[in-house]
Design a protein around this ligand. Sequence first.
Ligand code: PEP
Ligand code: MG
Length: 571
Amino acid sequence: MGDVLRGTGVVAGIAIANAKVLSGDLTGYLNKYNAGTPDVESGKMTEAIKAASAELAQLIATAKANSQDSQADIMDAHYTMVNDPGLAANMYGKIEQGTAAPQAALTAAEEFATLFDSMPDPYLRERAADVRDVGRRLARLLLGVGHIQYEAEAIVLCAEEIEPSVAASMPEGPVCGIVLGKASTTSHTVIIAKARGIPTVAGLGSSLTRIADGTAIIVDGNTGQVLLEPTPEQLAEYQHKAEAEAARRQQDAQLAALEAVTLDGKRIQLAANVGSPSDMTAARKQGAEGVGLFRSEYLFMGRAVPPSEEEQFAAYKEVAEQCGSQLCVIRTMDIGGDKPLHYLNIAKEENPFLGWRAIRISLERTDLFITQLKAILRAGAFGKVAIMLPMIISTAEITAARECVKQAVAELRMEGKAFAPDVPLGIMIETPAAAVMAQQLAGECDFFSIGTNDLVQYTLAVDRGNPAVSSLYSHFHPAVLALIDNVVKAGHNHNIWVGMCGEMAGDPLAAPLLTAMGIDELSMSAPSIPRVKAVIRKLEEKPIRELLEQALALNEARAIRRLMEDYISGQ
Ligand code: PEP
Ligand code: MG
């Protein structure tokens, strides 16, 4: 029996193929390269920049033609980098000093990447991979080394990290799985894999070196397991699972135009979580009913100054318009925690997740907050928007935020700008304090959306991003379920709707319990919508009420999860 390696499943699904290990090592080619005079090398560099620009323009056009918006955006950023005068000056300067053109491209890109690496903003840190990628593209062109050649045969790409341009140029067919040594869930490669639904396991660390090129491999993106040289029994078992998944996906996709409604008529709104207007293409394709979480902080990241009211307005308006008559819930900036912003000068904190973040920043930096509120209210004139406050722990925060909304309204009136005066104001329930005090909070706001990603980490005191404690992190923990149940009841007592926008909302295993509790809306990353909808459409009130009672009587997250697995497999 072969090895089983363990990582984190970042894109669900099963892939079975031979490993294609990408080492990306150009050393041999660099050693054999015959460098000319600086003038000759400069000329080659100019040609390489032109060729790289043409390659990227082609990739952008192909991605746009296939509605792969996020890939087009990434390649667009690479196009800008390859033509960046600062990068060019650095490369030509090195050539002047006697460095061969391919090495100059790699060294200059590395210098820029190191700058990005040291930035506190995780978004900017991720850009280091992009600039290294651009340097390698130029070096490859100069060395005459082609990109990976794909054959018709299916492969699992295995690498420490896959350059975003390599990920973006993967043809639709052959790459059926991805295995990464690094553990980044926000890297561009993972974003692309998610958008394409390619089963992916990340965070294998040093065990990645146990995968040799050509090894038969099974990638289980559901459990984070990677099986090497599987036995005939394992192969048969996973082939069966993969076939069942493919058949189910095909069936689920046919539900896009149908409602998420149980057999006895209980209707649940299935909305999408988005981070930018470009995510709306996938949201619409999967049949999302509006947006339940627009993570507005992404507009604030990766830049030197905060976005202006006009910039924010343009983004909110675009998403609101694309939602048509459906609601678009815009969460006010959730900065801090794992999303620091260098221009806010957040002092180094011992516990950033317990520090100056989200609503706490907004209520101190009311200049930024009111600007954002004005942009949201203005977008409300073009669609149905709602404001959602993150990280609430008290009614006083809601009262203070309402004062800021009043101020924003007053300013917009003075400025004579069009806006929606009655935009609903809701809160995220993502702290244990908010979940326990849901009765009091419900009297002060128009809706709740439960943020299980943070609620789980704060309730269980388990860091959501720390692989060492990830086995303890579960939204099926009885304490978490009891809090969610309390929140739904409290919301309904006060006649407000209760939704959920944490990862639990997109977990098909959780859907029966949440439906039984009476959840009104589930908001998730778009590819999860069809599966959750398929599960909901088979639910019936009486059995799921009994199931909920059974689950709430259990003491262990693992036992509850098993109960749900059994239930879903029998559905
Ligand atoms: C959550 O905490 O569940 C949530 C949706 O917010 P984020 O993941 O952006 O912290
Ligand atoms: Mg959160």
